[in-house]
Design a protein around this ligand. Structure first.
Ligand SMILES: CC(C)(COP(=O)(O)OP(=O)(O)OC[C@H]1O[C@@H](n2cnc3c(N)ncnc32)[C@H](O)[C@@H]1OP(=O)(O)O)[C@@H](O)C(=O)NCCC(=O)NCCS
Length: 168
C-alpha cells in the first residue's frame, strides 16, 4: 500500500527493506545522526537492515539492527524511521522483520532497550508485540555492555521479546 509523506502529503511507494551494504556506511551514520550514529561500526553493517525509498534514489528512510550476542541471544537496536514516514506502521514492521529473522536464525531470546515514557512509540510497539519488561541487570547478563551503553541515558526500559520458535 502506498504511504503518505507526512510533510507534503504526497503518496510514496512502499519502501524496500534490504541488508545494508558497505557503501551505505556514511549515509547510515548521517541517517542515524545523534540517535546512535556516532557509535556505528563497520562490522555492524552485516547485521543492519535498511529501508530504501525506491522512488528517491534509494535514499535510506529506516533502519533496524539485529545483533547476535551468542547462545541464541539477539539484541534488536537502531530502529529508526525517517520523520516524514512515521506513524504509518513502518516502525512496527521493522521490529517484526527483525523478530522473524531472529526466529529463523535460531534465537531463544531477543532483547531491546527503549526510552522510558509509557507513550514512547517503541514502548507501544514492544507491548503490541508481546514483549515483557525486564530489569537492566537481566539484560546485562546476556548482552555486552558496549551495546547497551549506547542507550544508557537515565530511565531507559529493557525488554525481552517472545520468539515463538516452533517446538519450543
Ligand atoms: C520508534 C519509531 C521507529 C516508530 O516508528 P513509526 O513508523 O512511527 O511507528 P509505527 O507507525 O509502527 O507505530 C507503532 C505504534 O506506536 C505508536 N506511535 C507511533 N508514533 C507515536 C507518537 N509519535 N506518539 C505516540 N504514539 C506513537 C502508535 O500507537 C502505533 O500503534 P498504532 O498504529 O496501533 O496506533 C520512530 O518513532 C523513530 O524512528 N523514533 C526515533 C528513534 C527511536 O526512538 N527508536 C526506538 C529505539 S528502540
Amino acid at each position: 500500500m502506498p504511504l503518505g509523506c507526512r510533510s507534503c502529503g504526497s503518496l510514496l511507494p512502499e519502501p524496500v527493506l534490504e541488508k545494508a551494504s558497505p557503501a551505505d556506511f556514511s549515509r547510515l551514520k548521517r541517517f542515524l545522526g545523534s540517535f546512535t550514529g556516532a557509535g556505528l561500526e563497520k562490522q555492524e553493517l552485516a547485521h543492519l537492515f535498511v529501508l530504501r525509498d525506491v522512488g528517491n534514489g534509494k535514499k535510506i528512510v529506516g533502519t533496524v539492527e539485529l545483533l547476535p550476542c551468542g547462545a541464541g541471544t539477539f539484541y534488536l537496536c537502531r530502529v529508526k524511521v525517517a520523520r516524514h514516514l512515521r506513524r504509518q506502521g513502518i516502525g512496527r514492521k521493522l521490529f517484526r522483520h527483525a523478530l522473524a529473522r531472529a526466529r529463523t536464525s535460531g534465537a531463544w531470546d531477543v532483547f531491546a532497550v527503549t526510552r522510558s515514557r509509557e507513550d514512547a512509540p517503541a514502548v507501544k510497539i514492544a507491548r503490541q508485540l508481546g514483549a515483557s519488561e525486564i530489569r537492566k541487570d537481566e539484560l546485562q547478563e546476556r548482552v555486552v555492555e558496549p551495546m547497551i551503553g549506547r542507550y544508557s541515558i537515565q530511565g531507559n526500559r529493557f525488554w525481552r521479546f517472545p520468539v515463538n520458535r516452533a517446538g519450543s
